[in-house]
Design a binder for this molecule. Structure first.
Ligand code: SAM
Length: 345
């Protein structure tokens, strides 16, 4: 039998990237799977009961995420509310780990959590196919931490969760810390030491006006410049080059190369021009920006019986409407109708 010619080898059909009207390629999807939370962080929630919006069935999140992946999404981050509260999470991760991107690669599958329930869930999540976790931790001493979360005993639970995640191989392990002047800005140097001792990447995030209450002022934000200067005085820093254009964090290591910190500065150094993200809320609405004034009801279409083709067309149209940038700190700035816990951070 004649050997097959090269022209007989199937070549995957080229697929146009999912782009918005500003030319940005969208490849990163954040999905909230509940807006309930077991913490009442002072900068996030007023302390009232969490859930305000309905949750979809796990199979419905899976179906919607698969449609996004079929359009070019390569990274999926599960979030909330607190995603570890959601029943069926491990099954969802297992099913998501079976999806393939348009280039036939596995998805980059990550999760953001407050870590309270992570000690027992880290290994099952890893076994189900989760790649990485980011744990939110806003202080390195127990009393400051528990003043922020307003949950007694939370510090030791989260520390145990961080260590279990590292032991399970959910790495590189990132710690998110939102700094607020007068609340936890005395923790900056302690976090730099924590990054080195615990072998984690600490990422400081500038506080954005997305809280349920009314705490945000420009003065309460601890900016990138201030963080770098303060750590640099205690432990000299060396800036690392970005790994990709859409990277949100400015990354630094220490002079001896041990440890890494990152700073995400959406307020003082906005990175909207390189934004590659879109969000799906726990009730199935697409949000094209954290600060969007409009939401797009993808789940409504699913419930009305739309097929994948119709859902795809709706997503493509919606992404076209992605906002050019946010307007934090500008006259006329409007807070979105949902706070961070109900959008999915
Ligand atoms: N419950 C999970 C957690 O604690 O990580 C996931 C949801 S939480 C809303 C996601 C991230 O958003 C956390 O790291 C949290 O600190 C951050 N966050 C909440 N409100 C914020 C705000 N107003 N500005 C900046 N980051 C915020």
């Amino acid at each position: 039998m004649a050997a097959p010619s090269f022209s007989a080898i199937p070549v995957p059909a080229p697929h146009p990237p999912l782009t918005d009207s500003h030319g940005r390629v969208i490849h990163d999807l954040r999905v909230s799977i509940t807006d309930r939370c077991n913490y009442k962080c002072v900068y996030c929630r007023t302390g009232e009961v969490g859930a305000q919006y309905p949750e979809l069935a796990i199979e419905e999140y899976l179906r919607l995420i698969a449609v996004f992946v079929g359009l070019g999404i390569t990274k999926v981050r599960l979030t909330g509310g607190e995603p570890l509260l959601r029943r069926g999470l491990v099954d969802l991760v297992r099913e998501l780990s079976r999806l393939r991107t348009l280039d036939c690669d596995p998805l980059d599958l990550a999760l953001t959590t407050n870590g309270h329930l992570l000690e027992s869930l880290a290994q099952p999540l890893k076994d189900a196919g989760l790649d990485r976790v980011t744990v939110s931790m806003d202080a390195v001493d127990a009393s400051t931490f528990e003043r922020i979360t307003r949950v007694e005993g939370s510090f030791s639970k989260v520390l145990a969760g961080v260590r279990a995640a590292r032991a399970a191989g959910l790495t590189p392990l990132k710690i998110n810390c939102v700094l607020l002047r007068g609340f936890n800005d005395d923790q900056i140097e302690g976090f730099a030491r924590f990054a080195r001792e615990e072998n984690v990447v600490v990422r400081f995030i500038e506080f954005m006006p997305l809280e349920e209450g009314r705490l945000w002022t420009p003065e309460i934000v601890v900016t990138l410049r201030e963080i770098v200067d303060r750590i640099g005085r205690a432990l000299p820093l060396v800036e690392l080059p970005p790994r990709e254009a859409s990277e949100t964090a400015r990354r630094y290591t220490f002079a001896d190369g041990v440890g890494e910190i990152g700073i995400i500065a959406p307020v003082s150094q906005a990175f909207c021009g390189a934004c590659s993200r879109v969000r799906l809320t726990s009730d199935g609405k697409i949000r094209t920006c954290l600060f969007s004034q409009v939401e797009h009801d993808l789940y409504g279409r699913l419930r009305a019986g739309a097929g994948d083709e119709e859902l795809r067309a709706y997503i493509v149209r919606t992404i076209q409407e992605k906002e050019a940038r946010h307007h934090i700190g500008e006259p006329g700035f409007l807070k979105p109708s949902r706070s961070m816990v109900h959008i999915g951070g």
